[in-house]
Design a protein around this ligand. Structure first.
Ligand SMILES: Nc1nc2c(ncn2[C@@H]2O[C@H](COP(=O)(O)OP(=O)(O)OP(=O)(O)O)[C@@H](O)[C@H]2O)c(=O)[nH]1
Ligand SMILES: [Mg+2]
Length: 362
């Protein structure tokens, strides 16, 4: 799995429409608020040109891309933490994801009701983020209650956790995301167990009008997002949802018509991989060629463990060639003859595009 991504936003901002566009599924996306109640989950293969190219050289029986999971949840509104709308408990469905996509309504279509009479992406963004912060604050306060009781019995560990919880509480009370704070390694590990949404990397999806696809009036949204050091992807949700169900040929002609360079799933994956510092490596085992996702700076033995724990445990060495070199050689035979296949040990840092042949013994 590449990464998992939870989709948040106001009702009728187009979360389910964009979920459909990204996953090519067809979950209900209707012009009334709170159309989504139960979460929708979709797993999508990561489009990978390198994998296709390798497939054309090596002709394996099976090609398995890496995948990404999207989770589309109900809409949040102002005061969701007080029970407005569907409340905020449904956020539990995205507490374990790796990244958050925040969909912001930038299309104005009149017959699709918005929570507010006007389109104001900056305001909408702040409302949703405030609710996310308050929801994390609730978790921190619950945990603090528990820890205070535990601290009466066993002081050592619970006091460290209590101090950390106070530090996080202070950050959230200032209206900031916990992710903006710096923590040491141990603290980060404890914080991870709290499953706070504001510790996760966020990027924004501006859901724009199909009529304004090349001319987007954003009311300073982009500047606001960049000032937070975050990323924004522009998607014309409705159009892409419709395109997602077409054949490749039909899709290409419509994309040309609308001046679209690529489908936004590719952009979303690119942003996600960059934000999370992920890379892809490849294996060819028997008849299967497969792409895998790992964080940058992963050692060869750890990468092998991603495939199977036995491979990490019994790791001996790996034959490695990078995609670029392999394609230049044109075949494994030529790569071997030219001595391009290197032998690397367990501490070798795997590079993006490496093709690994792992030798192990258990
Ligand atoms: N014109 C236009 N309509 C859109 C766009 N994106 C979504 N819509 C429409 O807006 C309505 C709401 O879309 P949904 O995807 O259901 O919105 P949501 O955010 O999932 O809403 P909830 O599940 O109710 O929170 C639907 O009628 C969509 O067709 C867009 O880019 N342009
Ligand atoms: Mg929905």
């Amino acid at each position: 799995m590449g990464f998992s991504c939870g989709i948040i936003g106001l009702p009728n901002s187009g979360k389910s429409t964009i979920f459909n566009a990204l996953t090519t599924l067809s979950v209900p996306a209707q012009p009334y608020p709170f159309c989504t109640i139960e979460p929708n989950v979709g797993i999508v293969p990561v489009p990978d040109e390198r994998l296709i190219k390798l497939g054309s050289i090596l002709n394996p029986e099976k090609i398995t891309p890496t995948t990404i999971e999207f989770i589309d949840i109900a809409g949040l509104i102002k005061d969701a933490h007080k029970g407005e709308g569907l409340g905020n408990k449904f956020l539990s469905h995205i507490r374990n994801v790796d990244a958050i996509a925040h969909v912001i309504r930038c299309f104005s279509t009149r017959n699709i009701p918005h929570v507010y009479p006007d389109i104001d992406p900056g305001r909408d963004m702040e409302i949703v983020e405030t609710e996310i912060i308050i929801s994390d604050l609730e978790i921190v306060e619950e945990r603090l209650d528990k820890i205070e009781r535990l601290a009466k019995v066993s002081k050592d560990k619970s006091l460290i956790e209590r101090d950390l919880l106070f530090k996080i509480k202070e950050t959230l009370e200032k209206g900031a995301f916990v992710r903006m704070e710096t923590f040491d390694e141990n603290e980060r590990e404890v914080i991870h167990s709290f499953n706070l949404i504001t510790t996760k990397p966020v990027f924004y999806i501006a859901n724009i009008d199909e009529e304004n696809i090349n001319n987007i009036p954003m009311n300073g949204l982009e500047a606001l997002i960049r000032s937070k050091g975050r990323r924004i992807v522009y998607i014309c949700g409705k159009l892409e949802q419709d395109l997602a169900s077409l054949s490749d040929d039909e899709k290409s002609s419509y994309m040309e018509l609308y001046g679209m360079k690529r489908m936004s799933i590719e952009e979303v994956i690119k942003v996600g991989y960059e934000m999370l510092g992920l890379i892809t490596f490849y294996t060819i085992v028997g008849k299967e060629m497969r792409a895998w996702t790992i964080p940058k700076n992963t050692t060869c033995a750890k990468a092998a463990g991603k495939i199977h724990s036995d491979m990490e445990r019994g790791f001996i060495k790996a034959e490695v060639i990078n995609y670029e070199d392999f394609v230049q050689c044109g075949s494994e035979h030529v790569a071997r003859e030219k001595g391009m296949l290197r032998i690397e040990g367990r501490d070798y840092i795997v590079k993006d595009g490496d093709i690994l042949h792992i030798r192990f013994n258990v």
